[in-house]
Every structure is written in structure tokens, then in C-alpha cells.
Design a protein. Structure first.
Lengths: 522, 489
């Protein structure tokens, strides 16, 4: 190739490079093709690219690096060898001028280089020393190398080994044993570093499949929490409390069902402990194990519930020994049993005598409870007119759906005054009710023009309403009132806005013909 | 100094120099009877004391009137209280003014009630555990029916059982099938109420309030109420049984809906029933799917019932508990008085919670008023006919359509065609949930009660009624049922 043609080509190449101002696939592809076809000027092309990287605006440097990456990977020799000497320099140049997002991309480019092989060979794309140099630079600038796929995989394998291990203890199934062995082998292979980087994705996907399978066939996907629970669960199965139904096909999903109440009514002497297991744990001790185990922690068992459960298990055994009638006749309640009703909840409300536990849940409840006493007392003492009256009772349908929590002081539905009313009433929040007050205060009815009688009465509460002069509109008006809906323009029938809202709220169904819903139980 | 929110204030009524101290030894009880014309003010000053399973606060003054209660010291260290009595000026009766009171250590019955509670709570716990681990096959908590003679302490036991259950975080439904007492409603009705909080011992009958428009010192309860219309179950046994079955359907549906109630089950209080009333007992057992019958100290009834329920004993336990030595006799006058207090409290509230009822006049012309039929009236109608057979034959031939539509109702309710002062003055009317636009007999039978009004005067010429409503507002255009429960303001 003549020197003139060479210069011309490189000038053209530099020209095209200047157009690489965005991440353009076609341009990169095109320039890669040119590089492949003109490998005789490889050093020139690399110089041009290096120049471009050092002169291009900061945000465009990355795209030129992508081009370099593309050339090295798809063309390979001689580019990857020639560029190796400059690589660390080029990479750090781009990296220095990049924002955080680009930096992340650069790191992933580097990761990619580590596992890529030069085209047509089994040799790595770039020498290990160059890549280490770049890594050392990154480490200095505060970037932690992300775990290599291999180390991540080793962690995954460790997790899987734990699961399979506990599974194997539960059901000594040869298939599980094989898998366990395979995992151990794989782990030592990965640790030795003798696995080909190209094989890693395949291994990863196999591992993913395995753990997915485990998660779907196991109710406790957390390997750590799973271990203890699994053991206890296994004990439960042995004791016969939990029955396992499983198809005789390997890998089929077992179906567990609880045998709990039945066992309780069998006299302890009648319980046969399975000889094969060698475990002679009694029903109650296994149940207590459950209580103390992680399994029940996940169900939020409070201290009081634990104490109560232990007490009741003892009683349950006593009843099982005889029957309910003789238990009632002969039992002398122990102080532990009596305390379930009293000191087990040792924090007693000084106003009404209700008991609470001293743990955090009980304290929170007690605080809410005392706040509620405070609010009620305040209302009664500061506002003498705490006027209240009974609500209507609910109908069958509403009652069946009603949640009694709405009645309690812990109700999240706001004050009892609103939550205690019919569940069909929408709870009005504070802002809304303030707004309604304003609306009610500003609403008025004009005294009909030809009328001279300023006195009127509310149609609901029958209290007299006296008209006042409204300066703004220049009319005589009945304040805080509204016309009875459906009355004529000159009608004198008025109601207080409050009375109207109250009535409407209470008898919403009076206006609407109720459909005859059948409320029989199916 | 009184701080708003912390009450205080009115302590002058309790003068320590007038008060009498009582020391209740552990596991003993202080039994007392307070006539309606006297008010008992008392406070627990040391230890733990409870009234029928409801623990009393320490150093808080409480007041009771018209009650026959006992304060039990459930723990070995006993309980100390002081009390004083006042005249209740609002009530004039010819009862004795004095309270009667004594200490008793014969509380073995109380111990068995605690044992019964512990046994029931064990079943509740098993149900709860089973339902957590087996959510596809949900079980129900114990459904307990209490049966016994008059004055055997059924209601006290029912209160104790639900009170204790509540203390251990259970939430059973208390069903009252004795129309003589209004439990969260007025006499003449039967009701079911989830016990989600402590009972209010100071209120009339010791249950507490239902929801109001304001805030109260006790959390309210939310009952479902079915009308019966009489105090005595024999006045229309068919209607009584019908309403029990309807209440049963609703209560069991609630159990299906609400897990905490389902786990806790039901406690059913009843009017005095004996083996002669076996059909009623059988109805209740099947309507509420009862699985435990508790008999109040009647060996004979236990044996008879075990015989009758022989085929069901695999699903139904029948057990017996002794009668408490503290049960007090109540005479008709006392019952009547308590009913009046219940009605008064429904409209006006009590000394702690004042309610504002609403007096108004309404036009009676457009109202639809039904009345529960007296069984004896049906019988007398039949007696006038030549023979019961021909009566039935007539119906079949001449007016089959008419008899079909009416027959569903005639046994239970009849339309009050001529409301007048003679049949409405000073009575309680139940407002049903049924709008006037719906006039089907079947729906009337199946509806529940929305509230009550008291008719103080019916003006025959103008067809107007003076009524007392629980609150101000328009009179709901619903079907009304006139009850046999009278009340004189």
C-alpha cells in the first residue's frame, strides 16, 4: 500500500471517527469492518483511535473505546496485541473524564475483557498483567472489583449445599446425595480456578435452575432459617403430628397435613413413638420446641401467647388423660393457670382495669389505650355538650361483614365517634369535616321576597331559626340552613345543614329502595 | 387542680368517714343485693376483685344500683374494698332501702367455672393452631350452650366465660336467647354480640353500650338483634324458634367471615329450659351447631339430655357444673324494674354516659305496624270454628293462593290495622331494617332490628303519635313491630 493511500485512509478514518458522537452501532460496525480490511495499517488505525480518545469530548470518549473493544474482539490479531501496550493508558483516560454512570459501564467492559478470548485462539484477549494494572488503578480510585462470576457462584453453591444437606438429613434420598456430591465437586473445581471462563454462564444457569427448583418445592427458601425449622418439622413428622402424603415419584411435592387435635385426645400411653426414629419426644415437648423455634417467630408469637400456650398444653394433656368433665370437677387451678388471667398481663390500666402485657406490643397498646381515655375524658370535661345518642343497629349483612376492631381504641380509623358508627358510613377525615363545617356555616337560605315572617323552624330538629340580615348579599337570610330538597323556590321549609347531613348519614337506605337481597347462608 | 383529660373533679360524693371497709379473703366472694332505690358506691382499694369475670380497676369509684352481684377475689392474697350507699332519688319503689351483703367462702362453683374456661380456652388454642397450619380446612372454636333452671346462674356463667375469654385475647360471640333480658338491646328481643372488649359492669344488667355518635368510657359493642316481642318464650313459641334459627344463620355466617371470632366460638345464654323444652334445646343445638352443652347443676337434666342426644354424643359433649351458692332469687317486680332501667338506659344513658333522645310527633297514617301474634289468640280463633279439619279443608278449596301468601306470616305477625291509644300507648316499638316499600311477609320475618322507639301517646282523632326516638332526625320509613314490652316514662 502506497504511503499516500495510507495517509488518505487514515484521514478518512479520523474523519469518520469524529462522527462517533453517540453510541452508534452502524458507525462502530462500519469502522470495525474498515479496520479488519486494512489490518496492514493496524498501528496507524490504533494511533488514530488513541488520538481520538484523548481529544474527544469527555462524554464521547466511551464510544471510541467501544469501537476499540469491537475491533479487538471481532478482528483480534494484530489489533489486540498492538493495543495492549496502550490499553491501560486509554482506559484510565476515558475513566478519569467520565461520570458515575459511564464509570459503571467501563467497569463492566473490563469484566468482559477478563473472560473474553482472542478471536480464533484459546488465549485471553488481553494479557492478565494489563488488566491487573487497570484493576489496580480502579482500586486506587475507590472502585471495588465486583465479585467475579466465579466467586458469586461459589456463594450460591454454598447456599445450595446447605439446603441439600438439611434435605438429605430429612429424607435420605440417594438422588439428593448425588446432587450434594456434585455440588461439592463443582465448588472445589471453581475454587481451583481451572474452569474455563466460557463455561461459567452454563454453570450459573444450572445453579439457578437448581435453586429455583428448591425454592418451589420448599416452603422455607431462606437456607439459614430453614435449617432449624426443617429439623423441627422433621421431628413433627416423626411424632405423627404432621402427616406426609407423597407420591412415590422422586422429586414430587410432598403434601403435609396436621394431625394435631386427634393426638391430643389420645391418652399419652396410647401414643406410639415410631421405633425407627428412636425419638421419644412427647407431644408437648415438641410443641414447645415449635414455640421456641424460628418457625413460630415468623408468626409473631408474643411472650403472653407463649406463656398461655404452655399453660394450655398442660391442661390439654390433663383433659386428654381423663375428659373435660372430670377436669372441670377435679382441677385445682395452679397459680400459673390463674396468672394467665391476671399477672401474665401485669400492666393494669389504672382507669378501667384492663390488662396489658409489658412487652413492646403491650406497651404500645396500653399507650394507645391511655390516649383514648385521655381524649374521652377531655371531651367530657371541656366540652359539656358531649351530646351523643345511640346509633341504629346494623342489618344482618352489615353485621356479618363488620370488624369489631373498628370499635376498639386501637382502631386506625380515627376517633371512636366516627368509627363507632355504622360501617357503611364513610369515615370522614379531619380535613373533610372541617371543610364541611365551613360549608355549613356559610350556607344560608334567603327569606322568600314577599314574606315578612322572619321566624322559621328546622324541619328536622324543630328548633326555631331567626332570620338575620346578610350585609354581603343585602338579603334577610336563615343562616346555617338549607331548603328541604325537592321543595319549590318560594318554600319556607328549611333544615339545618348539620341536621340534614346527620339524617342523611343515618338513613341512606330510606331513600333508596333496597333490593331484596337474599341473605341466606349457602 | 384538675387537668382536663384526667377526670378527677367530683370526688366529694365519696366521703371516707361514711364508708365501710370489706376485706374479701382469697378465693372468697362478697355477695350483695342493691335495691333499685339505692345506689352502691364502692372502690377496690387493694388486691384484685372481679364481678362475673370482669376485673375491677383499683382505686376507681364505681356505682351500682338494682343488682344482685358478687365480687370475687380470684387470687390468694384477697381483695379489699370500701363502699357507701346513697338514696337513688330517681326511683320510687316499695322495696326495702337497705342493701344486704355478706362474705362467703363457698366458692367451689367459681373454681369449676375457671376450669371450664381453661378447658374452653384449650379448645380455642387448638382451633387457632389448626387454622394457622391448615388454612384450607378451617375449624370453629367451641360453641357452648348453657342450660339450667330459673336462678341457677346461667347469665353469670355466660358473662364470666366471655369475660375470661376476652382477657385471654379471645373474642367469642355472646348470644342471649332470653327475651326477658335485653342484652345490648331491649327486652323482647334476642341478640348476638361479639365480645371484643371488657363488659361495663356499671351499666344496667352489666353488659354495656352499643355504638353511639360520641365517645364513651367503654368501647361499645355491636350486636345483631332479632325481634320476638314478648318476655316469655311460650307466648309465641313458633316465632321464638323461627327467630332463633335466623339468628343462628347470621351468627354462623359471622364465624365464617371473621377468623378471630371463628377461633373463639360462641357462648349461648338461655331462658330457663327443662327436658320438657327439648325441642327448643334441639333447635338451638342445630341452629348454632352447638358442640358443648353446659348444664347448671341439674343431674337429672344431664342424664335426660344424654339419653336424648345419644346419637350425637360423638360431636356433642354434655357436661355439668355446680350452681354457685351465691345465686339470688329475683321476683317479678325486680325483673320488671330491671327491664325499665334497660329501656331508660337505651334512650337516656346512665350516670357516666348521657344520651340525648329525641321527642317528636309523627303522623301515624302512613306507618306500617305489625304485631307479634299471641299463640293463645291463634288457638282461640281455631276454637270458634266448627272443627279444625273443616278449617283446613276450606282453606285448601277456596283460597289456596291467599293461604299460601299469608300462611308464612299469620302464625307469627299480624298487621295492626287500627293503631290506637289502647294498643300503642306506653309501648316499645321495634324499627325493622325493612323499608316500607318492601312489604313481603317473608322479608319481615327475616329482617333484624334497626332500633327502638317508645310511643308515649297515640292521638286517636288526629292519628298522630308522640314518640321518643334514640336521636334527633327524620323517622325512618321502615316497617315497625309493636312489642308487648310496656314502658311508662
Amino acid at each position: 500500500m502506497s504511503g499516500g493511500r495510507k495517509t488518505e485512509l487514515l484521514e478518512d478514518y479520523a474523519q469518520s471517527l469524529n462522527e462517533l458522537t453517540f453510541n452508534s452501532g452502524p458507525i462502530i460496525e462500519n469502522l470495525t469492518t474498515i479496520a479488519r480490511e486494512n489490518s496492514d495499517v493496524a498501528d496507524g488505525i490504533i494511533d488514530t483511535i488513541s488520538h481520538r480518545i484523548s481529544t474527544a469530548p469527555a462524554e464521547q470518549k466511551l464510544y471510541t473505546l467501544y469501537l476499540l473493544d469491537s475491533i479487538c474482539k471481532t478482528v483480534g490479531n494484530p489489533y489486540n496485541i498492538l493495543v495492549e501496550d496502550h490499553l491501560a493508558n486509554l482506559f484510565t483516560q476515558v475513566y478519569q473524564h467520565s461520570n458515575d454512570q459511564t464509570k459503571k459501564k467501563l467497569v463492566s467492559v473490563l469484566q468482559n475483557w477478563k473472560i473474553t478470548k482472542a478471536k480464533g485462539t484459546t488465549l485471553p484477549l488481553f494479557g492478565r498483567s494489563v488488566l491487573s494494572e487497570i484493576e489496580a488503578y480502579l482500586a486506587k480510585s475507590g472502585v471495588k472489583p465486583p465479585p467475579t462470576p466465579a466467586t458469586k457462584m461459589i456463594e450460591d453453591i454454598n447456599g445450595l449445599i446447605r439446603i441439600f444437606d438439611s434435605k438429605f438429613r430429612e429424607i435420605p434420598d440417594p438422588k439428593t446425595k448425588d446432587r450434594l456430591q456434585a455440588l461439592h465437586n463443582l465448588r472445589s473445581l471453581l475454587l481451583s480456578g481451572s474452569v474455563q471462563p466460557g463455561d461459567l454462564p452454563t454453570i450459573q444457569s444450572t445453579l439457578n435452575d437448581m435453586s429455583n427448583q428448591i425454592n418451589s418445592s420448599q416452603s422455607t427458601p431462606q437456607p439459614n432459617a430453614g435449617y432449624k425449622a426443617e429439623t423441627i418439622f422433621h421431628n413433627l413428622i416423626e411424632s405423627g403430628l404432621v402427616k406426609v402424603d407423597r407420591d412415590p415419584i422422586p422429586g414430587s411435592k410432598p403434601v403435609y397435613s396436621l394431625q394435631f387435635p386427634k393426638i391430643k385426645y389420645i391418652k399419652p400411653s396410647a401414643i406410639k413413638t415410631p421405633s425407627s426414629s428412636g425419638s421419644s419426644s412427647s407431644t408437648s415437648s415438641i410443641l414447645q420446641d415449635i414455640l421456641n423455634s424460628n418457625l413460630h417467630n415468623s408468626l409473631h408469637i408474643t411472650e403472653f401467647e407463649k406463656v398461655k400456650f404452655e399453660g394450655l398444653v398442660t391442661i390439654s394433656n390433663q383433659i386428654a388423660n381423663s375428659d373435660l368433665q372430670s377436669f372441670i370437677n377435679t382441677n385445682k387451678p395452679t397459680s400459673t393457670e390463674l396468672n394467665l388471667l391476671y399477672e401474665a398481663k401485669s400492666s393494669k390500666c389504672s382507669i378501667c382495669g384492663k390488662r396489658f402485657t409489658t412487652d413492646s406490643e403491650g406497651s404500645t397498646k396500653k399507650r394507645l389505650h391511655l390516649d383514648w381515655h385521655f381524649r374521652v375524658n377531655k371531651k367530657v370535661s371541656t366540652n359539656k355538650s358531649n351530646v351523643q345518642s345511640r346509633n341504629w343497629y346494623l342489618d344482618d349483612f352489615e353485621w356479618v361483614k363488620f370488624q369489631d376492631d373498628e370499635l376498639l381504641e386501637f382502631s386506625t380509623k380515627g376517633d371512636n365517634s366516627s368509627s363507632g358508627s355504622n360501617s357503611t358510613n364513610k369515615t370522614i377525615n379531619d380535613n373533610d369535616s372541617k371543610l364541611l363545617d365551613i360549608v355549613a356555616n356559610n350556607q344560608y337560605v334567603k327569606v322568600p321576597p314577599r314574606s315578612s315572617n322572619m321566624k322559621n323552624t328546622c324541619n328536622v330538629c324543630h328548633l326555631p331559626v331567626q332570620a338575620v340580615y346578610n350585609d354581603d348579599s343585602g338579603d334577610w337570610v336563615w343562616l346555617k340552613c338549607m331548603k328541604v330538597p325537592g321543595e319549590g323556590k318560594n318554600s319556607r321549609k328549611i333544615v339545618h345543614v348539620d341536621c340534614f347531613n346527620e339524617t342523611n348519614k343515618r338513613t341512606p337506605e330510606a331513600e333508596l329502595p333496597k333490593s331484596r337481597v337474599k341473605r341466606e347462608r349457602v | 387542680m384538675s387537668i382536663p383529660g384526667f377526670g378527677g373533679g367530683d370526688t366529694s360524693t365519696f366521703r371516707p368517714e361514711d364508708s365501710i371497709q370489706v376485706e374479701i379473703p382469697g378465693f372468697s366472694e362478697w355477695r350483695f343485693e342493691v335495691p333499685h332505690k339505692t345506689i352502691l358506691k364502692f372502690k377496690i382499694i387493694d388486691g384484685i376483685g372481679e364481678i362475673f369475670g370482669t376485673e375491677l380497676p383499683l382505686n376507681v369509684e364505681l356505682q351500682l344500683t338494682g343488682v344482685k352481684y358478687a365480687i370475687y377475689a380470684p387470687l390468694s392474697n384477697g381483695c379489699k374494698l370500701e363502699y357507701t350507699t346513697l338514696q337513688n332519688k330517681a326511683v320510687i319503689t316499695n322495696e326495702d332501702e337497705e342493701i344486704s351483703e355478706y362474705l362467703s367462702n363457698e366458692t367451689q362453683a367459681q373454681t369449676t367455672y375457671i376450669n371450664l374456661h381453661l378447658g374452653l380456652e384449650t379448645i380455642r388454642q387448638e382451633t387457632r393452631d389448626s387454622n394457622i397450619l391448615n388454612p384450607k380446612d378451617l375449624k370453629q372454636g367451641p360453641k357452648v350452650l348453657i342450660i339450667g333452671n330459673p336462678g341457677s346462674g346461667k347469665t353469670s356463667l355466660a358473662k364470666t366465660l366471655v369475660g375470661y375469654a376476652n382477657k385471654m385475647d379471645s373474642r367469642p360471640i355472646l348470644v342471649n336467647l332470653n327475651p326477658r333480658d335485653g342484652v345490648f338491646c331491649l327486652p323482647g328481643s334476642i341478640s348476638a354480640t361479639p365480645i371484643s372488649d371488657t363488659l361495663d359492669v356499671e351499666s344496667t344488667n352489666g353488659y354495656g353500650f352499643t355504638t353511639t355518635t360520641g365517645s364513651m368510657n367503654h368501647n361499645p359493642k355491636q350486636p345483631i338483634i332479632k325481634n320476638y316481642g314478648f318476655s316469655d318464650i311460650n307466648q309465641n313459641l313458633d316465632l321464638y324458634k323461627y327467630q332463633i334459627s335466623k339468628l343462628g344463620v347470621t351468627v354462623l355466617s359471622r364465624l365464617e367471615e371473621d377468623l378471630s371470632i371463628r377461633n373463639s366460638g360462641i357462648v349461648i345464654d338461655t331462658p330457663p329450659l327443662s327436658i320438657k323444652d327439648f325441642t327448643i334445646i334441639e333447635n338451638i343445638v342445630s341452629d348454632f351447631e352447638v358442640d358443648i352443652i353446659v348444664i347448671m347443676g341439674n343431674e337429672r337434666l344431664l342424664i335426660d339430655l344424654k339419653k336424648k342426644f345419644k346419637h350425637k354424643l360423638s360431636q356433642l359433649q354434655i357436661i355439668k357444673v355446680p350452681i354457685s351458692g351465691g345465686v339470688a332469687e329475683v321476683d317479678e317486680g325486680f325483673i320488671r324494674r330491671s327491664q325499665e332501667e334497660t329501656i331508660k338506659e337505651y334512650f337516656n344513658g346512665n350516670h357516666k354516659t348521657r344520651l340525648s333522645p329525641f321527642k317528636t310527633d309523627i303522623d301515624a297514617k302512613d306507618l306500617i305496624i305489625y304485631k307479634a301474634v299471641l299463640a293463645s289468640d291463634i288457638a282461640s280463633t281455631l276454637a270458634f270454628l266448627p272443627s279444625a279439619d273443616s278449617y283446613a279443608a276450606d282453606e285448601d278449596e277456596n283460597s289456596e293462593v291467599k293461604s299460601k301468601t299469608d300462611d308464612s306470616l299469620t302464625k307469627y305477625y299480624s298487621l295492626l290495622t287500627e293503631p290506637s291509644s289502647s294498643n300503642l300507648d306506653n309501648s316499645i316499638m321495634a324499627i325493622t331494617q325493612l323499608p316500607q316499600t318492601n312489604n313481603s311477609g317473608k322479608d319481615l320475618l327475616n329482617t333484624s332490628i334497626k332500633g327502638y322507639v317508645h310511643v308515649s301517646k297515640y292521638e286517636d282523632e288526629k292519628h298522630k303519635m308522640k314518640i321518643l326516638l334514640p336521636f334527633a332526625g327524620a323517622f325512618p320509613k321502615h316497617v315497625l313491630i309493636s312489642t308487648n314490652i310496656g314502658f311508662n316514662e
